[in-house]
Design a protein around this ligand. Structure first.
Ligand code: SF4
Length: 372
């Protein structure tokens, strides 16, 4: 199975499995990777996967074709792997799709004779400032730790957790630096996306080394003459062929709030024991439509980013059938247009990987209108 950005998944999974730790396939968007890492489990974040509808044969037997591409593709991965490399699944309650998939996939894998464990974490949909909500969430984390201890090679320890949290915070900080460098022309945006998505299948220690090497080669350079700076916003980055069309049309990506990039990197939580760390992590995350208590802050946060990076327009990359993002688009478009920023909403589904022609026409027309 191919990843859109990171090559063939099979060798990457096999390699992780060969490292001798249990491998947990984590559902997007923001699983507690530090916790899994600290207990000796390798987290694999199942996004950035490829596959058009003709390749999603296993998934389509289980999941309706009006589920988003993220859900269909990760279903294909889990059913195809069928427990060869993935020892467990880990799900947070990001959306209805993610909430319902673990049981469906567990049954699908079970039919192939493999018993797959799955774990979940419930993140409250209301703010955690309220002490009872925070206490409820702390209990969820503790319960999750108890359940993970059945799979993990080592029990939870606060010291190990702090070390893992420090590693992931360093990775986020590196992501921020690379993102800023890319916005100044020091790193092609396509390379930045590849770095972010390869990290999903790579041990964090190796991603850190790769990111540091990348950062050394970044040298700010002016955007191409007459290029229009734009922000890309959405759950997943568009396919590489589409980025090429943007560039050829005279648009320069000066920033983004894509989920695997800036939304993931924007903030490093304070070092603390796991319940405290994750209360901070989920409550004060860069706004994301799937973290409901943060969603109200999204327009201002995105506007701040656009102003900071000197953007003239925002291109929304809609993930087809993702109701969370689609609820917000009408309001966001109106809000940004009121702030003098042009907007364009595009929609990508499972069959848009190679077929970018329809989007190319729209992006060219948009670029032309901005150049006037
Ligand atoms: S793209 Fe949207 S619907 Fe699909 S898994 Fe992500 S949040 Fe859920």
């Amino acid at each position: 199975m191919q990843a859109i950005w990171g090559g063939d998944i099979a060798p990457a999974l096999k390699r992780l499995k060969g490292m001798g730790r249990p491998v947990a396939g984590c559902f997007p968007l923001y699983p507690p990777q530090e916790l899994l890492h600290s207990m000796g489990i390798s987290p694999v974040l199942m996004w950035g996967l490829g596959g058009g509808s003709s390749e999603l044969v296993l998934a389509d037997k289980r999941v309706q074709n009006f589920v988003c591409a993220v859900g269909r593709r990760l279903s294909q991965l889990v059913l195809w792997d069928s427990g060869q490399n993935l020892d467990a699944l880990f799900a947070c309650n990001a959306c209805d799709t993610v909430r319902n998939l673990p049981e469906i996939l567990e049954a699908g894998v079970g039919e192939q004779g493999t018993k797959m464990r799955w774990f979940s974490l419930h993140v409250p949909a209301i703010p955690m400032q309220e002490p009872t909500i925070k206490a409820y969430f702390a209990n969820n984390i503790k319960q999750c730790i108890r359940e993970l201890e059945a799979l993990a090679p080592r029990p939870y320890s606060a010291d190990n957790f702090l070390q893992s949290a420090a590693l992931y915070n360093e990775w986020r900080s590196l992501g921020r630096q690379l993102d800023i460098a890319s916005g100044k022309g020091g790193l092609p945006f396509e390379r930045l996306v590849r770095f972010a998505l390869e990290a999903a299948f790579t041990p964090v220690e190796e991603s850190l080394a790769a990111g540091k090497a990348l950062l050394k080669d970044c040298a700010p350079k002016p955007a191409p003459k007459n290029a229009v700076p734009v922000i890309l916003s959405g759950i997943m980055p568009p396919p590489p062929a589409f980025l090429k069309v943007m560039e050829e049309s005279g648009l320069f990506v000066c920033g983004n709030d894509l989920a695997p990039l800036w939304r993931t990197w924007a903030r490093s939580p304070q070092p603390a024991d796991a319940p405290e760390f994750y209360a901070d992590f989920y409550s004060n995350h860069f706004p994301c439509s799937t973290l409901l208590p943060t969603a109200d802050a999204r327009p201002e946060a995105l506007l701040g980013l656009a102003r900071e990076r000197g953007a003239r327009a925002i291109v929304f990359i809609g993930e087809k059938f993702c109701e969370y993002e689609y609820f917000e688009f009408p309001y966001l478009e109106k809000f940004f247009q009121g702030q003098g920023l042009a907007t364009l909403l595009l929609e990508f589904g499972v069959d848009d990987l190679a077929n970018v022609a329809q989007h190319a026409t729209r992006i060219e027309a948009f670029a032309e209108s901005l150049a006037q």
